[in-house]
Design a protein around this ligand. Structure first.
Ligand SMILES: C=Cc1c2[nH]c(c1C)Cc1[nH]c(c(CCC(=O)O)c1C)Cc1[nH]c(c(C)c1CCC(=O)O)Cc1[nH]c(c(C)c1C=C)C2
Length: 525
């Protein structure tokens, strides 16, 4: 029997797309979700570990979700509410040390990022001293936008307008913490779009140009007024049902769950499997996608089963998507997007407050890359202490990546666990002065976990829109970390938007010709 929708990929994007689609499909319409591995959840993974008489969590991928009043956060909270997970949410309030204190390791010390202009009076830490100079430079340097180039690296953009030190000390650190990649490779147009545009539009630098960008963005946003109003009303209804929860979340800088972020993907998997119109297939990778008899899409699984569907929502990472369409023509985004690998080393100590400072963690900028192997570390116990329950422990996660990961691997596919653990402990010694012996150290290499939005990304995304539109007779959409942002809330929002606004679920008998990339591209043009 032909399914209405086949969702490919059982990570956070596929699960949330399936959830929103299944609940909006006409009653008799079936949805099949296909995950190649035996486990749902993708990069979201929370392990439970025992050591030193304590039991504790070890997050192996993303661990917190951003609070605030954005559409992204609203989409996540809507899901939390749908799944009855409200009572499991743990939040870090805006005034908590984790929300207020973020550090950059520079000049052999931890530099706390300033929280406002007051820092100009109290004194800026060494890493940040370049920032006021950078602002002055932008305000006084005549327009120097490269003629004819439709993109440039973040390193080139930041250095050109604010000075190289701002990139070496600050921008490179922030991008390490999000993309685990070098600003010399990453696209300014894709990742710093308002600033990139301000530089193009303004005649006198980025800062002056930002006012014009804000005006443009307000005008652009006006077209979504009806959608915004509808969403605000829906949120107000949810708030009325449990005001205490929503009020508490208003004050959250970030949040997760008592049992870690995997509580979200576990709940999605459970609830989807219980829906009468949904079939969840695990452990059977999709091997080929083609157009079948009657024009519907066909997905051939590695085990031999063929799934026929009126529409395919493809959430697979780009290299997997290419395997599925091995014979299809070139698509630069598919063929040229590198993926960053991150070694996640979870370390637990048998005492509370092991770090010399309270905060979210530290990031290592390019300027300090020679001093330690890590890209950064998160002070997990400080971010969400309630996740530790009564256990008198400190959990930290050290992240290693980029060239240093390759060096540690010494030519092998991945470095040995012992080398990663040693490098992580070295980093904790060097940066935080922690010499205590941990009760537990556990290293995991997340190979190819974050797509790199490299220079030229937007042009490749546009070409991808054409390519996707040409596959399966217009019966495929794509959504996920490679398009429009890799953050968990971005993936959830884009999956929800596809189900909610872009696909016409009552008319799946005809090709939808919706690639899922339309709104993302418009926002970058
Ligand atoms: C496995 C390591 C990851 C690194 N980056 C990401 C992962 C999964 C993805 C990522 N991290 C952040 C964002 C932005 C989130 C947002 O804006 O909503 C994304 C897409 C920010 C972030 N960075 C770190 C943490 C704990 C967070 C919060 C979100 C999350 O839990 O992932 C720390 C950190 N992440 C990485 C490194 C090297 C690092 C260093 C301390 C790589």
């Amino acid at each position: 029997m032909t399914a209405a929708i086949a969702v490919l990929g059982g990570g956070i994007t596929g699960l949330s797309a399936a959830w929103h689609l299944a609940r909006r499909l006409p009653p008799a319409a079936r949805l099949v979700l296909v995950e190649g591995s035996p486990r749902l959840g993708g990069w979201v993974r929370t392990d439970r570990r025992r050591a030193g008489g304590a039991e504790f969590l070890a997050e192996k991928g993303p661990r917190t979700l951003r609070g605030g009043d954005s559409r992204m956060t609203a989409a996540v909270l809507e899901l939390v509410d749908d799944l009855d997970l409200r009572s499991q949410v743990l939040a870090a309030p805006r005034l908590s040390p984790a929300a207020r204190n973020r550090y950059i390791y520079y000049g052999g010390e931890l530099n706390c990022m300033p929280r406002g202009l007051g820092a100009l009076v109290t004194g800026l830490p060494p890493a940040v001293k370049c920032l006021p100079r950078g602002v002055w430079r932008d305000l006084t340097t005549p327009k120097n936008t490269p003629a004819g180039a439709s993109d440039e690296s973040i390193h080139s953009f930041v250095s050109r307008r604010f000075g190289e030190q701002v990139d070496d000390n600050l921008a490179s650190a922030v991008m390490h913490g999000i993309y685990a990649a070098d600003t010399k490779d990453l696209s300014a147009r894709a990742l710093l779009y308002p600033y990139w545009l301000a530089d193009r539009l303004g005649s006198n630098g980025v800062i002056r140009g930002l006012r014009r960008v804000a005006r443009l963005s307000r005008a652009r946003h006006a077209q979504f007024a009806a959608r915004d109003a509808e969403e605000k009303l829906a949120l107000a209804r949810r708030r009325a049902a449990d005001p205490e929860f929503w009020d508490a979340l208003d004050d959250a800088s970030m949040f997760s769950f008592r049992d870690g972020l995997q509580a979200l993907t576990d709940a999605l998997g459970r609830r989807l499997a219980a829906l009468p119109n949904v079939e969840v297939v695990t452990g059977q990778p999709a091997a080929q996608a083609r157009t079948g008899a009657g024009g519907n899409a066909e997905i051939a699984l590695a085990g031999g089963r063929v799934i026929s569907a009126q529409h395919v929502v493809n959430t697979l990472p780009l290299p997997r998507l290419r395997e599925l369409f091995a014979a299809a023509g070139p698509a630069p985004l598919l063929d040229e997007t590198p993926y960053a690998s991150v070694a996640v080393v979870n370390v637990a100590f048998g005492a509370r407050n092991i770090t010399p400072v309270d905060g979210f963690g530290f990031l290592v900028p390019r300027a300090a890359a020679a001093d330690t192997a890590a890209l950064g570390a998160v002070f997990d116990s400080c971010v969400l202490p309630a996740q530790d329950g009564a256990a008198a422990i400190s959990r930290l996660t050290v992240m290693l990546g980029g060239a240093r990961l390759a060096e540690l691997a010494g030519g092998a596919d991945a470095p040995p666990a012992a080398a990663l653990e040693d490098a992580a402990l070295e980093s904790l010694r060097t940066v935080l002065g922690i010499r205590a012996t941990p009760i537990d150290v556990d290293a995991t290499v997340q190979a190819g976990c974050i797509p790199s939005y490299t220079v030229g990304y937007v042009e490749r995304l546009k070409a991808m829109h054409e390519w996707v539109g040409a596959q399966l007779g217009g019966r495929m959409s794509v959504v996920g970390a490679a398009y429009g942002g890799p953050a968990v809330p971005q993936c959830i929002l884009h999956a929800r938007d596809l189900a909610h606004y872009h696909l016409d679920l009552a008319a799946l008998d005809r090709p939808q010709r919706v690639t899922g990339l339309e709104e993302i591209i418009k926002a970058l043009e």
